[in-house]
Design a binder for this molecule. Structure first.
Ligand SMILES: NC(=O)c1ccc[n+]([C@@H]2O[C@H](COP(=O)([O-])OP(=O)(O)OC[C@H]3O[C@@H](n4cnc5c(N)ncnc54)[C@H](OP(=O)(O)O)[C@@H]3O)[C@@H](O)[C@H]2O)c1
Length: 298
């Protein structure tokens, strides 16, 4: 059985759906049910459920607010993974933890490999990098999956924001100087559940891997794809204008390049991410159809 922390997040909800579809037993605990920064709560959950594998989908993910909410970011992204690592090590339970492309500063001109040194440019990225270090130190039997630009049917994400804006605006201005790999929660859940049996069986594949959707784009390219996919379904076709990051200042600095080289994951586990374009089209179609049924929540 898999024990998942962070049940109500984008990835957490997708993991619940995907594990049910595959008939893989999974118990999912929400933030209210188990705070990963509470040592006793983490220990008790693992002792009660005796999982074959723990998956941490919980995190503090408010990238801009993290610049000022330093303690909250540290709690969710460093203390939590440290405590999960300690509890998993004590119970001899393997652990999958999700990390981020934002541990890199984005100055590398080509794709980031796992061997590249981390150099986060934001408080969120620093807290996630600290979580990686803490987890590695605490739990030898771990897999850290770094992923990027996560979106899906659940929770809050870029795709949903673009759909909402496309419904009412004639022009969307989107940054075109940040590139990365959009990753659907469905694809990420497929990756985690795909490797779970091997990790639960104790296969010696521990370490840090990059896993993201196949292909690279900019936020402008991502938004353009979403708008094009929803247009035939909604009749809305706003212009998508390319702007620079300087024209859209945010409290947190984002990497200009966060393309992840995912070849180590593919070599080790025998599969990779799906094309982000196909995933984006499919999820946009589902969400646009839902919005048509209930226009008041579009
Ligand atoms: N979103 C992205 O674009 C992106 C990109 C790269 C990597 N990632 C990583 O992917 C993972 C999943 O992200 P996501 O997009 O699914 O995040 P999300 O939708 O924000 O969900 C995170 C969940 O974690 C919960 N949580 C926060 N602090 C917690 C704590 N101390 N104990 C237990 N639960 C806690 C949150 O609950 P509350 O809402 O109640 O606080 C929320 O339900 C994270 O590790 C994230 O860093 C995300």
């Amino acid at each position: 059985m898999i024990l998942l922390f962070g049940a109500n997040g984008q990835l957490g909800q997708e993991m619940v759906r995907a594990s049910a579809a595959r008939k893989m037993p999974l118990v999912a605990l929400s933030h209210a049910e188990a705070d990963i920064a509470d040592a006793a709560a983490v220990r008790d959950a693992i002792a009660r459920h005796k999982p074959a594998l723990v998956v941490n989908a919980a995190a503090y993910t408010k990238v801009d607010l993290a610049e000022t909410e330093l303690e909250a970011a540290r709690r969710g992204n460093e203390t939590g993974p440290a405590l999960l690592g300690e509890a998993c090590a004590a119970a001899n339970t393997p652990l999958v933890h999700i990390s981020t492309d934002y541990v890199f500063d984005g100055t590398k001109p080509t794709a980031y490999a796992e061997t590249d040194p981390v150099s986060p440019a934001s408080s969120y990225g620093r807290s996630k990098a600290a979580g990686e270090y803490a987890l590695r130190a605490a739990a030898p039997r771990h897999v850290i999956l770094r992923t990027s630009w996560v979106y899906g049917e659940f929770g809050h994400n870029f795709l949903k924001t673009i759909l909402r804006l496309a419904a009412t605006r004639d022009e969307l201005r989107v940054v075109a100087d940040q590139r990365g790999c959009p990753t659907s929660t469905a694809d990420l859940a497929r990756a985690i559940l795909g490797i779970a049996p091997r990790l639960a069986a104790g296969e010696e594949v521990w370490g840090t891997y990059h896993f993201a959707g196949h292909g690279v784009t900019t936020f402008h390219g991502f938004a353009s794809r979403i708008v094009a996919a929803q247009a035939p379904l909604t009749g809305r076709n706003p212009r998508v204008t390319a702007i620079t990051s300087a024209e859209f200042p945010t409290p947190a600095t984002r990497p200009a390049n966060s393309e992840l080289d995912c070849s180590l994951f593919a070599r080790t586990f025998g599969f990779g991410g799906r094309p982000w374009t196909e995933e984006t089209d499919a999820i946009t179609a589902v969400l646009a159809a839902e919005a048509r049924k209930t226009p008041h929540v579009a």
